[in-house]
Write a protein that binds this ligand. Structure first.
Ligand SMILES: Cc1cc2nc3c(=O)[nH]c(=O)nc-3n(C[C@H](O)[C@H](O)[C@H](O)COP(=O)(O)OP(=O)(O)OC[C@H]3O[C@@H](n4cnc5c(N)ncnc54)[C@H](O)[C@@H]3O)c2cc1C
Length: 320
């Protein structure tokens, strides 16, 4: 006889701030919950996390370890694994895992986060999360008054202007393919940003101790940190067969998944929490999103159970 897949009220794919917060809401609501986590949160390269009130400067992985420890008392199961696909069943969903047996769930919350895609520049990737930054609120304070280089992207003018709040020594490297409007150039000049039209050939220095960049004409340009808005992409392989689609975020930052105000996706029963639905989310926002979606899923399950119980009650009354 085929072994029955273990059944949960909710399987949460992704155990970052969003997934673990959803699990806490659901565990405390006495729901059976499994969190499947591949263990690659977006901010893992950074040693410290900022702008999470009461946890400022904490290592991001320590925050998640503390979250996982809290979930134990609510009976939440957590497995270090990757969801490889999900399919619909009579009772909800079956979720396939890379290294463990398939599990069943009445609802799925996808909280898989985003992937950052770096431009191909020699030596660039190893600096990500150390002295290659994207967000002034996450790490602007740590590079205040330093020599900052803004790398070319659709957001580079915005980033250059924003970072003038943290440093007055800012150089924007504009690729030859990108035209800046006269208004943008005027704003940059007014804020003291130096604009250089050049492609970057390589980043010099080790992670955490950048020396500068080498331009494509061979010139070395000394800097203390770089700023880049990479394109973000989503990985929906954990729910591939359910037909969930990625969309382009209206800001042009990359991909995301569209959801309604409660976190319900276009696929009935499949909910989405955290940065996957809103790329601008920082950790505390992803945690809040997870709490909201966890509560919404509990309400949805209670609605379904109430409908079932009302139908049963009516049958009992009719039989009298
Ligand atoms: C370099 C860097 C530094 C940052 N610093 C800060 C900061 O200082 N402060 C701040 O507030 N924000 C910071 N952020 C933003 C922060 O990373 C995000 O806000 C946060 O990670 C979003 O949480 P999340 O739960 O949505 O996704 P994530 O934290 O990315 O978690 C998603 C989890 O889902 C897992 N997963 C994905 N697919 C699957 C699958 N199929 N099966 C199983 N598991 C899966 C991933 O492995 C990962 O563990 C930083 C971002 C970057 C890139």
């Amino acid at each position: 006889m085929e072994k029955q897949a273990k059944t949960y009220d909710v399987v949460i794919i992704g155990g970052g701030a969003a997934g673990l917060s959803a699990a806490q809401a659901l565990g405390r609501a006495r729901r059976s919950v499994l969190v499947v986590d591949a263990g690659e949160p977006r901010n893992a390269p950074a040693d410290k996390m900022h702008n999470y009130l009461s946890r400022d400067g904490m290592n991001p992985l320590d925050l998640l370890a503390a979250g996982r420890a809290e979930l134990a008392k609510y009976g939440v199961d957590i497995v270090a694994d990757r969801a490889t696909d999900s399919r619909r069943t009579d009772t909800g969903f079956a979720v396939s895992l890379a290294r463990n047996p398939e599990v069943s769930a009445r609802r799925i919350i996808l909280a898989g986060g985003l992937k950052d895609r770096m431009p191909e520049i020699d030596g660039l990737a190893e600096h990500w999360g150390h002295d290659l930054l994207h967000c002034p609120y996450c790490h602007g304070w740590e590079v205040k008054d330093r020599r900052l280089g803004i790398l070319d992207s659709a957001f580079s003018v915005h980033q250059a202007l924003m970072f003038t709040q943290w440093s007055k020594d800012i150089t924007l490297f504009k690729s030859r393919d990108r035209e800046l409007g006269s208004e943008e150039l005027e704003q940059l000049e007014a804020r003291g940003v130096v604009v250089i039209e050049a492609d970057i050939a390589a980043v010099r220095g080790a992670a955490g101790s950048i020396r500068g960049v080498q331009l494509s004409d061979g010139t070395e340009y000394p800097l203390d940190a770089l700023v880049l808005m990479p394109r973000v992409e989503v990985d929906l392989s954990g729910v591939a067969s359910l037909g969930l689609r990625a969309s382009e975020h209206p800001t042009g930052v990359g991909q995301c998944v569209e959801v309604d105000a409660m976190g319900q996706s276009a696929v009935p029963g499949l909910w989405v929490a955290g940065s996957l639905a809103d790329p601008k989310q920082q950790v505390i926002m992803a945690a809040a999103s997870g709490l909201g979606v966890g509560a919404a899923v509990n309400a949805d399950l209670t609605r379904e159970e109430t409908e079932r119980d009302v139908a049963e009650l009516r049958l009992q009354r009719a039989a009298l």
